[in-house]
Write a protein that binds this ligand. Structure first.
Ligand code: NAD
Length: 389
């Protein structure tokens, strides 16, 4: 294993020190401890608008310097990569400026608020040729990566159905304010949309990765609480995000999809599940039991046929040889460690690290079609060009 002095530095500047600021920082810190990599992330600078809070974050997590303006961060010669962990309305401006300055760009999902806002980001990274990736992190949980291997092996046979849910219950209270710190997800101007861009985007990314492009959609959305007080202004304003969304869709491979997401499913905090039904076999996965992949194979001997509950923790299963010993679990945060690891490996190999900005743009097109379908009460084509990465 190369020691630190033989590793090439990747000097990171991170924008945003909230939830994702922490998961990404943890990813940078752990990657070289557990994986043998030629690159080593350096926590060069953390950026946030509040100087005291940014300093406190930097001290707690080990960032070497702070900035209070992301433009200044991008100007710095000692930064190789910009990592965007801010609300969705700021992704495009930061990413485009970073790409134009020749910095690699790692961006949180969704890429931006809409596909139209995402496209110039794709063009900017492709024009400057900088490495880029979007943190649709669930792909990199070992059980989900194993699902991809199972699908690609052809074991399921022809795919008939893809089904996914992402359920939460945190916005049921009518007196919950909208907008501002921690509540920007309820403000369409900052978030772009509600559960569609926030939660279904994850489900759509995983679905297209596993099952190919989504061709057309028919959706229904609902906003259960019509008005909320804005956290910052105190004004009562209409709620313009979708609180809940469900949609049917067709995939390019001829299978049917059924997706549901809501923040009004009492009892569910973050229940992401998917199931794929094929001609020979089915698989299903549940974020609350994230180390397990369930598998049913109709070709098994009749009297023993049933759902296998596979604990994805053995050394020959994805990523797991790098962790503890077979049989022991890893968690949510490891998906971000794996994403960082795969980004660094891709740099080593000179290959893209999917999902790239372009992949995430295709997901944004599906989200837009879903919202347009709900608005117009009509089926919509997505115009997706999924390349399989
Ligand atoms: N991959 C995932 O599973 C996942 C999970 C949660 C959030 N996200 C995404 O990550 C992004 C951030 O979400 P979060 O939950 O970390 O939000 P958060 O509210 O916890 O943190 C946002 C951070 O951005 C900072 N910020 C806002 N505007 C800024 C600006 N103009 N310049 C500098 N800093 C600014 C805030 O001060 C805060 O530190 C969003 O795009 C969200 O959709 C992804």
């Amino acid at each position: 294993m190369p020691n630190d002095t033989h590793r090439k530095e990747l000097r990171v500047g991170i924008v945003g020190y909230g939830f994702m600021g922490r998961t990404h920082t943890n990813g940078y810190k752990r990657a070289n401890d557990f994986f043998n990599l030629k690159y080593r992330p350096v926590l060069q600078a953390a950026c946030g608008r509040d100087a005291a809070k940014t300093r406190a974050f930097a001290d707690q997590w080990g960032w070497q310097s702070v900035e209070s303006d992301w433009r200044r961060l991008i100007e710095r010669d000692d930064i190789d990569a910009i990592d965007i962990c801010t609300p969705n309305d700021s992704h495009a401006e930061i990413a485009i400026a970073a790409a134009e300055a020749g910095k690699m760009v790692l961006c949180e999902k969704p890429l931006a608020r809409t596909a139209a806002e995402s496209l110039p980001m794709v063009e900017a990274v492709e024009k400057s040729g900088v490495a880029n990736t979007v943190f649709y992190n669930y792909r990199r949980l070992p059980a989900v990566t194993l699902a991809k291997q199972v699908v690609d092996s052809g074991k399921l046979g022809r795919i008939f159905h893809y089904r996914a849910n992402f359920l939460q219950d945190w916005t049921i209270a009518a007196d919950l304010p909208q907008g501002g710190a921690a509540l920007w997800r309820l403000d369409a101007a900052a978030a772009g949309s509600g559960v569609t861009g926030d939660l279904l985007a994850h489900c759509i990314d995983t679905a297209m990765w596993l099952n190919g492009g989504i061709v057309d959609v028919a959706a229904r959305t609902e906003t259960f609480i019509k008005e909320r007080v804005h956290q910052e202004t105190g004004a009562t304003q209409p709620v313009t995000i979708d609180d809940a969304c469900s949609f049917h869709c067709g995939f390019a491979n001829g299978s049917l999809g059924l997706f549901e997401s809501t923040r009004y499913a009492r009892g569910h905090k973050a229940l992401y599940t998917f199931e794929i039904n094929g001609e020979h076999a089915s698989i299903r996965w549940d974020l609350h039991d994230l180390n397990r992949l369930e598998y049913f194979d109709h070709r098994d001997e009749g009297i023993l046929r049933g759902w296998r509950n596979i604990h994805v923790s053995d050394g020959d299963q994805p990523y797991m040889s790098h962790w503890w010993v077979p049989g022991l679990c890893i968690g949510y945060e490891h998906s971000f460690v794996h994403h960082v690891v795969d980004f660094l490996k891709a740099l080593e190999d000179g290959t893209p690290c999917p999902p790239t900005f372009r992949d995430a743009y295709e997901t944004a097109k599906v989200c837009d079609a879903v919202l347009a379908s709900a608005r117009d009460k009509a089926w919509k084509d997505t115009d997706v060009r999924w390349t399989g990465s």
